[in-house]
Write a protein that binds this ligand. Structure first.
Ligand SMILES: Cc1cc2nc3c(=O)[nH]c(=O)nc-3n(C[C@H](O)[C@H](O)[C@H](O)COP(=O)(O)O)c2cc1C
Length: 254
C-alpha cells in the first residue's frame, strides 16, 4: 500500500463497520486508565482562577467566530494568570466526572468522553509564573511546574521547524496524546477520532483568544522528536500532536 493510500484509509471509518471491530481492553474487562495524568510527586503546583470567578472572555459568540484569525505576531506584553486560566478552562476544563469516575465531561467534545490529551505550556511571559515547562491538571484546575528550560525561545522555534513567531509567543500550548486512554475503549478505531478530537480543543483556543484580545495559530508542522524531547515525553505512550502559540494581539491586528 502506498503512503497516500495508508493516509486516506486512516481517514475512513471502515474499522467501525460490522466485522471490523476488534475487542477492546474495556470489553475484555481491563480496568480503565487514569482520566488524566496526576502532578508528579513533590512538584510545585499553581492554583488557577476558577471559572466562576472569571471576569474576562465574555464576548458574543458570533463576534468571536467572525473575528477569529490565525495570528503570527503578538504584542510585547504578558498574559495575566486569569487570562491563562480562562484559556485552559476553555480548551480542557473539566465540568463533571461521570459514569462512576470512568469519564469526564469537559468544555470540548471527545469521542467516548475519553479526553486523551494532556496540555503542556511553554511559558515565557505570564504574570506570576516563572518561565518554563508546565502541565495542566484538569481535574484540579491547577498547573504543575515541570522544568526550567534554558534557551526556551530557540528550542521552541527549532521544534516548530524554524517558525520563529512560535518561539516569540508569551506562552505556547502543546497538546500531547496519551493514546491508550482512547484505545482502552476503541482499540485501533481510536486514531481517527483522536485526530478529530484535538481539532475541537484548538478551535476553542482560537475562539477563547478572541475573548481576551489575544491570538493564536494552530501548528501542525513541527519536528516530532524535538517536540517530544522539549516536553519531556517518551514519544510512545505519550507524544506531541499539536501546538499553538498564544499572545495578546499585536497593535497592528487590534
Ligand atoms: C491542522 C492545522 C495545522 C496548521 N499548521 C500550521 C503551521 O504549522 N504553521 C502556520 O503558520 N499555520 C498553521 N496552520 C494555520 C493555517 O495556515 C490557517 O488556519 C490558514 O492559513 C487559514 O487562516 P485562518 O486560520 O486565519 O483562517 C494550521 C492550521 C491547522 C488547522
Amino acid at each position: 500500500m502506498s503512503t497516500l493510500e495508508t493516509g486516506r484509509n486512516f481517514l475512513k471509518a471502515v474499522l467501525w463497520q460490522e466485522g471490523g471491530r476488534e475487542t477492546s481492553d474495556q470489553q475484555r474487562g481491563v480496568p480503565h486508565p487514569p482520566l488524566a495524568l496526576p502532578a508528579p510527586e513533590g512538584s510545585q503546583t499553581v492554583e488557577l482562577i476558577p471559572p466562576e470567578r472569571f471576569t474576562v472572555g465574555d464576548i458574543p459568540l458570533r463576534q468571536a467566530i467572525e473575528q477569529r484569525r490565525s495570528r503570527r505576531r503578538f504584542a510585547e506584553g504578558a498574559l495575566s494568570l486569569e487570562e491563562l486560566s480562562f484559556l485552559l478552562w476553555a480548551t480542557q476544563g473539566v465540568q463533571r466526572v461521570v459514569r462512576d469516575g470512568l469519564a469526564t465531561l469537559r468544555t470540548v467534545p471527545s469521542a467516548g468522553a475519553r479526553h486523551p490529551f494532556e496540555t503542556y505550556l511553554l511559558v515565557q511571559r505570564v504574570q506570576g509564573l516563572d518561565a518554563g515547562l508546565y502541565r495542566y491538571i484538569p481535574l484540579e484546575h491547577k498547573l504543575c511546574f515541570l522544568a526550567e528550560i534554558p534557551h526556551l525561545a530557540e528550542k521552541v522555534t527549532e521544534a516548530c521547524l524554524g517558525q520563529e513567531f512560535v518561539g516569540q509567543a508569551p506562552v505556547v500550548f502543546a497538546w500531547a496524546v496519551v493514546p491508550y486512554r482512547t484505545e482502552w475503549r476503541y482499540a485501533s478505531r481510536s486514531h481517527k477520532v483522536i485526530a478529530i478530537d484535538v481539532g475541537h480543543v484548538c478551535q476553542n483556543l482560537y475562539l477563547a483568544c478572541e475573548g481576551i484580545h489575544a491570538g493564536t495559530c494552530a501548528i501542525g508542522a513541527y519536528h516530532q522528536e524535538k517536540a517530544d524531547a522539549l516536553l519531556q515525553l517518551d514519544g510512545d505512550e505519550e507524544f506531541a500532536v499539536y501546538l499553538a502559540p498564544v499572545g495578546k494581539l499585536h497593535p497592528a491586528d487590534r
